[in-house]
Design a protein around this ligand. Structure first.
Ligand SMILES: [Zn+2]
Ligand SMILES: [Zn+2]
Length: 138
């Protein structure tokens, strides 16, 4: 099923309306796979028709709830691995800014260490790793 149909189906299950603003946000995030704040997105969309940042924020929260986007420190990114098991993490290139979503499977090891050393029960891990991407490596 195409992501557009999935979003439509999940939105209708939740009795949320799908609006032209929603599809513009989704289209923007799908085409620009980096972290964006609601203000960044509002700035990009306003060239065509302005959408209020608070509307964008509310729609992003819904997309996050249904796991189509990830949120880190008030910035959102399209999930490239929708529905994939494992932990979704990000590699961000310090040189070109390229952002890549990757899947890693080491949560059991981390969970055990956190429990042992900090008595902390890990529920979810989402790491943002900074480094140099394969295109920038000299
Ligand atoms: Zn993801
Ligand atoms: Zn790079």
């Amino acid at each position: 099923m195409h992501w557009k149909d999935r979003i439509s189906a999940i939105f209708s299950e939740n009795n949320w309306r799908t609006t032209p603003a929603l599809w513009r946000i989704v289209k923007f995030l799908e085409a620009n796979k980096k972290f964006h704040s609601s203000y960044d997105i509002a700035n990009h969309l306003k060239e065509e028709t302005a959408v209020d940042p608070s509307t964008i924020y509310r729609l992003l929260e819904r997309l996050e709830k249904i796991k189509f986007v990830h949120n880190s420190m008030g910035k959102w990114i399209w999930c490239r691995h929708f529905g994939a098991a494992g932990q979704h993490h990000f590699l961000i290139c310090s040189s070109c800014g390229n952002t890549e979503e990757i899947l890693l499977h080491y949560q059991d090891a981390m969970t055990a260490q956190l429990k042992k050393n900090y008595n902390f029960q890990l529920q979810e891990a989402e790491l943002i790793l900074h480094g140099i991407c394969r295109h920038c490596e000299s």
